[in-house]
Unconditional design. Structure first.
Length: 179
């Protein structure tokens, strides 16, 4: 018992001699997990950050489903927002632990919001309004909607008086995108 106590005391003494070096690296950096959601491309984690560089994004981990999982991270459109993606196959597989630039976060992996069978994907029925007046209705795959949201296109449209209302969700074939 005495030996464990003296080892602990020695480690604390060493750390006490270097408080600025030990904590300065984190002091100028902040990371906050702002959202985690299921998307067509995978489970997407959004972080609000400050003081991070590109090299900090490589210092990441994602532990779920009893294994370390691959996670890729990038800054969003030259902002301080960081978007990380892990496999969508993890959807609904319990809890996760993730780190980014030395900051750790825990949570529950989201379930897919709408499950479709086979080769089908979730679609939204959408009403489009111009200055509060219904001008058109249509359908759009959910993954396209989420991409429009992440790119800020729907916010840009709203600033021009065009708004969208999701009225229904259903399953249908995915879009064929020509290559």
């Amino acid at each position: 018992m005495k030996r464990h106590f003296s080892v602990l005391l020695a480690v604390l003494s060493i750390l006490a001699m270097f408080p600025t070096n030990t904590f300065a690296a984190q002091g100028s950096k902040t990371v906050t997990l702002s959202s985690i959601e299921y998307q067509r491309g995978g489970i997407v984690l959004l972080f609000e950050t400050s003081g991070l560089g590109k090299a900090d994004l490589k210092n990441n981990s994602f532990y779920a489903d009893s294994n370390n999982q691959k996670m890729s991270c990038n800054f969003v459109n030259h902002t301080t927002t960081v978007r990380c993606v892990v496999s969508r196959a993890l959807a609904g597989h319990g809890n996760f632990r993730t780190t980014l630039a030395g900051f750790a976060f825990w949570g529950k992996i989201p379930e897919p919001k709408f499950r479709c069978g086979g080769d089908e994907v979730a679609w939204y029925s959408i009403d489009i309004y111009q200055n509060g007046e219904l001008v058109e209705s249509g359908h759009l795959p959910v993954w396209v909607w989420k991409e429009l949201v992440s790119l800020g296109i729907l916010d840009d449209a709203a600033s021009e008086g065009v708004t969208f209302d999701v009225t229904n969700t259903f399953c249908g074939p995915d879009l064929e995108i020509p290559s």
